[in-house]
Design a protein around this ligand. Structure first.
Ligand code: NAD
Length: 497
């Protein structure tokens, strides 16, 4: 692991808006800044776009779509450029990781890893650029041959959250670009730095002007304009279920396609026939990774009665070794919470857990003046408690006990969410019954939170709509057209019948 020490730069990062290949000021001349949640200092100064800037970005993306060259290039040409972007992300990983840690509070070693995962998505998307294909029908009779072709869906608005800024835009953008789409991107107002820096790398890699436009600003008016605008064909959104529903409603008015990656309340089910050391590691990683500010967070542990006490003791011991503090320190695993409202929200969930009767095993506290919430564990959580059902988005673990597989499946499915779930058991029948019955977009067996660019990702129920990544992304970012070709002399259908 890279143990290099980083420090806060003397000068904040600063980017203008990236519209039609140019770096421009917001029309109204307003800016906003981002404070590092760990260091109480300004680390980013950005232009505050409004509806007018957003419209210019959409017009640029639309012009690039209509006129090319991107949408008209061969897949092979586009793929070469996507691979260059992957290489440039790797070359700039140190700076990107630093920006991300300063703006989000995530540990620097983790931010470094994320840059590699992001680059990997660009590499993978390059393979799809050459495999965007349809089907042919040679079974329609002697005089007919038909085919389906995939066409870029058009201008895609991409609206992203603050928890994995470069990684999440890299789950959307390279795949949409691979099939020939153009894009307008709005990163979260808390973490715009790396997405804007990506604009620089796209230009260096040879992505033509106007193909990707990146604007910093707030949900309203920027995100709202990106959702409503008639020249946008699809909105690809990652964020809260609350905002996802607003976007779906407003895009529904215009019948735009939406892709929604939303919240989760993901269960890990643990049976007694497993190596507890492996499970403990996955439990601790699952809940404290990215301070628990993770859609995939394993915030619900369902443990079999027979091993509950032993597992909880081991999880507690391991959790006590998790270092919380300055995210620039390479030993730290849990950094600060993104902002004070999120910290207050986590604290109010902890208060509710206590008042509803959960038993505090560890933590339950936060630093009054700083942005940290310490690793927290609640035992004796019951499925009807708020902490068992709602997304806390913090380093807080709920432990629920069960005795049968049927009971575990019922508890696992008893939330509005359905993003991911895992089961730990050596019994293949049990693992497969669970995998079939759990309502979740991803199921892990004897592992947790692994992910691959090759595999689609997304949620059931209120965790989202559609899937990202994998070859499925071709369907997500294209329209399907049917072409019917008559062969030979045409017999009249109407007059000479
Ligand atoms: P959020 O919904 O508050 O914001 C997400 C983005 O939407 C931001 O860029 C924001 O500016 C923008 N936005 C806000 N209001 C808008 C509006 N009315 N119209 C258009 N855009 C608007 O989410 P967040 O707090 O940034 O992120 C945390 C949430 O994201 C959690 O619920 C988490 O589970 C979810 N998330 C899901 C996934 C996934 O893949 N399923 C991944 C990461 C995060």
């Amino acid at each position: 692991m890279n143990k290099e020490h980083f420090s806060v730069p003397n000068k904040p990062f600063s980017y203008k808006l990236f519209i039609d290949g140019e770096w421009v000021h917001a029309k109204k001349g307003k800016t906003f800044s981002r404070e590092s949640p760990a260091h109480n200092t300004t680390v980013g100064i950005y232009e505050m776009a409004d509806a007018e800037d957003t419209e210019l970005a959409i017009e640029a993306a639309h012009k690039a779509l209509e006129e090319g060259p991107w949408s008209k290039m061969s897949g092979a040409e586009r793929s070469k450029i996507l691979i260059k972007v992957a290489d440039l992300i790797r070359e700039n990983a140190k700076e990107l990781a630093l920006i991300e840690t300063l703006e989000s509070g995530k540990p620097i070693t983790q931010a470094n890893d994320e840059m590699e995962w992001a680059a990997g998505n660009w590499d993978y998307a390059a393979t799809l650029g050459r495999h965007t294909k349809g089907e042919s029908y040679n079974s329609l009779g002697e005089d007919m041959l038909a085919m389906t072709v995939r066409e870029p869906i058009g201008v895609v608005s991409m609206i992203t959250p603050w928890n994995f800024p470069l990684l999440i835009v890299s789950q959307k953008l390279p795949l949409a670009l691979a099939v020939g789409c153009t894009a307008v991107i709005k990163p979260s107002e808390f973490t715009p730095g790396t997405t804007l820096k990506l604009g620089e790398l796209l230009t260096k890699a040879g992505v033509p002007s106007g193909v990707v436009n990146i604007i910093s600003g707030y949900g309203d008016p920027v995100g709202v304009t990106m959702t409503n605008h008639p020249k946008v064909s699809m909105v690809s959104f990652t964020g809260s279920t609350k905002v996802g529903k607003l976007i779906a409603a407003s895009a529904g008015e215009k019948l735009k396609k939406v892709g929604l990656e939303l919240g989760g309340k993901n269960p890990q089910i643990i049976f007694p026939d497993v190596n507890l050391e492996e499970v403990v590691d996955a439990v601790v990683f699952g809940v404290y990774f990215n301070m628990g500010e993770c859609c995939n967070s394993g915030s619900r542990i369902l443990v079999h009665d027979d091993i509950a006490d032993e597992l909880i003791q081991k999880v507690k011991e391991k959790s006590q070794q998790v270092q919380t503090g300055d995210p620039l320190d390479p030993e730290v695993k849990v950094g600060p919470i993104i902002h004070s409202e999120q910290k207050d929200k986590i604290c109010s969930y902890m208060d509710l857990a206590t008042s509803e009767g959960a038993e505090l095993v560890l933590g339950g506290n936060s630093d009054e003046n700083e942005a940290y919430v310490y690793p927290t564990i609640y035992d004796k959580v019951t499925p009807n408690m708020t902490i068992a059902k709602e997304e806390v988005f913090g380093p807080v673990l709920s432990i629920i006990r069960f005795s049968t597989l049927e009971e575990a499946i019922a508890i696992a499915n008893d939330t509005l969410y359905g993003l991911s779930a895992s089961i730990w058991t050596k019994d293949i029948d049990r693992a497969m019954v669970f995998s079939r019955k759990v309502k979740a977009g991803t199921v892990w067996v004897n592992t947790f939170m692994s992910g691959y660019a090759e595999l689609p990702f997304g949620g059931y129920k209120e965790s989202g709509l559609g899937r990202e990544m994998g070859a499925y992304a071709i369907d997500e970012f294209t329209e399907l057209k049917t072409i019917q070709v008559h062969i030979g002399e045409k017999t009249n259908w109407w007059l000479n019948k």
